[in-house]
Design a protein around this ligand. Structure first.
Ligand SMILES: NC(=O)c1ccc[n+]([C@@H]2O[C@H](COP(=O)([O-])OP(=O)(O)OC[C@H]3O[C@@H](n4cnc5c(N)ncnc54)[C@H](O)[C@@H]3O)[C@@H](O)[C@H]2O)c1
Length: 420
């Protein structure tokens, strides 16, 4: 049986490595030494894989040393694919990981990429790096595959093995081999795409479609706010039609939905097409933080609060609920806008790591906010610990006449003063 190495043990790489590790020998490689040391101790800070699951993955071992992956025949690359400050793809981690694999690449090896990219990136960017560093020829000496990941961090129902997986390979035989490899662990089955580019495009449009659907809900929410009708009530009514899609308004953060569309638009622009709909959705979604802050400020003024000296409690900083991931959280836009209005903002989050919040955003999380202390409470991220509270417990943090903004509409109708 071929030996596998997974390159990059984050939200995507670790659960995948653990799934294979239950069935066969697999080595997890990461440049982050601290991450490797923690995993060797059975600790996954992302909370995606439990200590018990790590122990059950008896074929899985970890290394931060190149020598540890030299004798593998299949390399699966799961490193980040962020955007830079100009919102263009930053392929540095992917190139660096390809250089790493290139150093150990041998005759007959297969390199499968899982990171989300634009159509063409695997063959146009990664494969040339592999060829250059290894001195081997593509589709003669070594082969490539692409199989995008679809996991949803924090979601304990849709896990790597229970989500159908798209696979592809650089030749028909390799496509079959890649497909069979994943089919051996993915209980939900696999879908073999006709080419690597098709598989790459499939992933990036899944998230682009989601981004656009949320943008539509956000635009509707802004219209309905002016019409003084509740968006969630409208959605509940419209949702009784069989083909009305159940999207909700909200902030679009994280490193997938708010990022991946830029990979597609970047490639589109490179080939002379200027996307209008995709970028317009991005604009709407990127503007939701300042919009929500302004709505809160209006409500505070109406309730008689002096905004410039007000105290606001923001509950939840991570990019989504029940997940410790702080990267690209758009809650920060709300906080910065409120601060711009002169509000003094406290942030609490029972899932986030205080040191990371401090390091990334200069925010020192408040562990136990004081009851009766705040002019407004902005329930940004409804972690189960917050969404499970009766609204009167949330209101206990507020002064008399304080404003409760339930961003995602998780509280029963009428219990918050505002929602999107
Ligand atoms: N997190 C998600 O929900 C999700 C879902 C589907 C797809 N994806 C995609 O999967 C890819 C990985 O995302 P993630 O969330 O797991 O990222 P992550 O940041 O959680 O993990 C990436 C890991 O790769 C390591 N790494 C970085 N450069 C490396 C290198 N050169 N060599 C070895 N290791 C290296 C990092 O130390 C980190 O541990 C991205 O393309 C992302 O868009 C993510």
């Amino acid at each position: 049986m071929k030996k596998i190495a997974v390159i990059g043990l984050g939200y995507v790489g670790l659960p995948l490595a653990a799934a294979f590790g239950e069935k066969r020998e697999i080595i997890g490689f990461d440049i982050n030494k601290k991450r490797i040391a923690e995993l060797k101790d059975g600790v996954d800070f992302t909370r995606e894989v439990s200590r018990e699951e790590l122990a059950a993955a008896s074929g899985l071992s970890f290394t931060d040393n190149l020598e540890g992956i030299r004798d593998c025949q299949i390399y699966i690359v799961t490193v980040p694919t962020p955007i830079d400050e100009f919102k263009t793809p930053d392929l540095t981690p992917l190139v660096k990981a390809s250089e790493t694999v290139g150093k150990v690449l041998k005759q007959g090896d297969i390199v499968i990429y899982e990171s989300t990219v634009y159509p063409g990136a695997t063959e146009e960017v990664c494969v040339p790096v592999l060829e250059k560093v290894s001195g081997l020829a593509f589709n003669k000496d070594f082969f490539a595959g692409y199989s995008p990941e679809r996991i949803n961090p924090g979601d304990k129902e849709h896990r790597v093995t229970s989500i159908m997986k798209v696979t592809s390979g650089s030749t028909p035989d390799i496509a079959d081999e890649v497909d069979a490899l994943y089919a051996s662990v993915i209980t939900a089955g696999t879908h073999k795409a006709s080419s690597i580019k098709v598989a790459e495009a499939a992933k990036v449009i899944e998230n682009t479609q989601r981004d656009l659907n949320i943008a539509l809900m956000n635009e509707l929410s802004m219209i309905f706010s002016r019409l003084k009708i509740d968006t969630h009530e409208v959605l509940a009514a419209a949702g009784t039609k069989w083909n009305f899609l159940p999207f909700k308004p909200g902030l679009v953060g994280g490193h997938c939905i708010g990022v991946d569309p830029y990979y597609l638009t970047h490639k589109a622009q490179a080939i002379g097409y200027h996307p209008e709909i995709i970028l317009s959705g991005r604009r709407v979604n990127d503007n939701m933080g300042p919009y929500a802050a302004a709505e809160l400020v209006k409500a505070m003024i109406k309730a008689g609060h002096t905004v410039a000296s007000s105290r606001v409690l923001v509950m939840g900083l991570t990019f989504k609920e029940n997940c410790p991931d702080l990267r690209n959280t758009r809650v920060i836009d709300v906080i910065r806008e409120l601060e711009d209005f002169g509000c003094s903002v406290d942030v609490t989050d029972c899932w986030a790591d205080n040191a990371e919040a401090e390091h990334e955003y200069g925010i020192s999380l408040v562990e136990s906010p004081k009851p009766g202390d705040y002019d407004a409470l902005f329930l940004a991220v409804p972690h189960r610990e917050y969404a499970g509270k009766p609204s009167k417990e949330l209101r206990a943090y507020l002064k008399d006449n304080g404003v409760l903004f339930d961003l995602k509409g998780v509280l029963p109708l009428g219990e918050a003063d505002l929602r999107l």
